[in-house]
Design a protein around this ligand. Structure first.
Ligand code: NAD
Ligand code: MG
Length: 389
């Protein structure tokens, strides 16, 4: 038999929800994959366990205070421990294939490191693309890096585009579950607690994206993500509420044909599609049983009850620094909501106000993106302390 070469993968954000699902698939397919580097923000125990189990070469903890503990846990394992921004970027370039699963703009520099070195990047970290879409896609074209979308909607569209010409696409339809408050009156939303907001009806995810799904800012970020990934103008990307989360998104072609990708709501399906691309691999995910589901339903998105959809679309239309401000203010506001410092409706109100108060030109470099991100976070925090006063 011929020796089979395994795909070597680094995972940025290995201790999170997407990172964990990626490790689960790698654990189940040891003949297909090996691990280069794993990274985490603060969960040393989980990071070290995964690094030892998968025989990773490098483990990076973002919090420098935790390096001694990581070194101790990895001693004798053959896996090197490291910390800091540079080490995160090194981890990103450690393998040919990188799963970008850090949450937030914190993942931007490592993702850019992977792209600039021509890696294949499976992208879950939508905030990186939202804040630096143009710079990132330009860098990918220059280095021949490939971006494989992991976000379930974008992965669905990517699959529906295969074998077709870009110029034959009429529009994209991003489906949205509508989140846990889909049918709530706006007058009832003021008292929503973090516990209620993170309890998503269809998906189990990290806290930040769960809150984004509840405000529907997640779909707003995904609209911007789709614009950059598939190079379509904002007015050719529609949003359709589909509470069952069975159709993960659709592509309409010029002839009127609509292609959709369906599946159980399990992130291991889009993750597996990216990991194995252009092949397929098996997953333990529940098979789709349409007979059991019976009905698929659809609704128009309600921008009055969910203003995040309008605010995000306007930010995409405005371009320049607006998506950076949108994302940064949202990250700060979601953290404040989870910390019970602001109410549920204050999240999008803070984002909208930050956008209204800040006028900054388009960032020309990643350093400028990071600078605008920092300013927008400061602005959002000022606005939120005004709210509290
Ligand atoms: P999570 O909170 O479960 O995990 C985030 C990971 O990033 C963790 O490993 C954490 O240690 C790391 N991290 C956090 N802050 C960091 C920092 N400052 N520096 C370095 N590392 C840091 O999040 P998640 O739900 O897995 O989501 C990850 C990304 O994937 C997000 O961008 C999210 O929008 C996207 N996404 C997630 C899902 C899902 O089902 N969870 C679906 C689609 C897209
Ligand atoms: Mg999604």
């Amino acid at each position: 038999r011929l020796a089979v070469t395994r795909k070597k993968i680094s995972i940025l954000g290995a201790t999170g929800s997407v990172g964990g699902s990626t490790l689960d698939l790698i654990d189940r397919n040891p003949e297909r994959f090996e691990v280069g580097a794993l990274t985490a923000a603060r969960n040393v125990a989980k990071l070290a366990d995964a690094a030892v189990r998968t025989r990773a070469r490098l483990a990076v903890i973002a919090d420098p205070g935790l390096l001694p503990e990581l070194e101790e846990r990895l001693s004798g394992s053959g896996c090197r421990a490291a910390t800091g921004r540079e080490a995160l970027c090194q981890a990103a370039a450690e393998a040919d294939f990188v799963m970008a699963a850090i949450v937030g703009c914190a993942g931007l520099e490592p993702v850019m490191a992977a792209i600039s070195s021509g890696r294949t990047v499976a992208l879950a970290n939508k905030e990186a693309l939202v804040t630096a879409g143009e710079l990132m896609t330009k860098a990918a074209r220059r280095s021949n890096a490939r971006i494989l979308p992991v976000d379930s909607e974008h992965n669905a569209i990517f699959q529906c585009l295969a074998g077709n010409r870009e110029e034959d696409v009429a529009r994209l339809v991003l489906t949205a579950s509508g989140g846990p408050f889909r049918s709530w009156a706006r007058s009832d939303m003021g008292g929503i607690t973090p516990e209620q907001a993170v309890a998503h009806p269809n998906w189990t995810m990290g806290a930040k994206i769960s809150v984004d799904s509840a405000t529907m800012m997640n779909k707003g970020l995904e609209l911007i993500e789709a614009h950059h990934l598939f190079r379509l103008p904002e007015n050719r990307i529609d949003i359709l509420v589909h509470p069952q989360s069975v159709i993960h998104s659709m592509v309409e072609y010029v002839d009127g044909s609509v292609l959709a990708q369906l599946g159980s709501p399990d992130m291991r399906i889009p993750i597996a599609s990216a990991l194995a691309w252009p092949e397929r691999m098996t997953t333990p995910s529940e098979r789709l049983d349409l007979q059991k589901i019976g009905q698929l339903t659809f609704e128009a998105p309600d921008v009055t009850r969910f203003p995040a959809l309008r605010v995000a679309r306007d930010a995409l239309k405005a371009g320049g620094a607006a998506p950076v401000i949108l994302n940064a203010a949202n990250e700060e506001a979601v953290a404040a909501f989870l910390g019970r410092r602001i109410g549920f409706l204050d999240i999008v109100a803070t984002v909208e106000e930050a956008l209204a108060r800040m006028g900054v030109g388009a960032p020309q470099s990643i350093a400028e993106v990071i600078d605008i991100d920092r300013q927008a976070r400061a602005m959002a925090n000022r606005l939120m302390s005004e709210l509290a006063a």
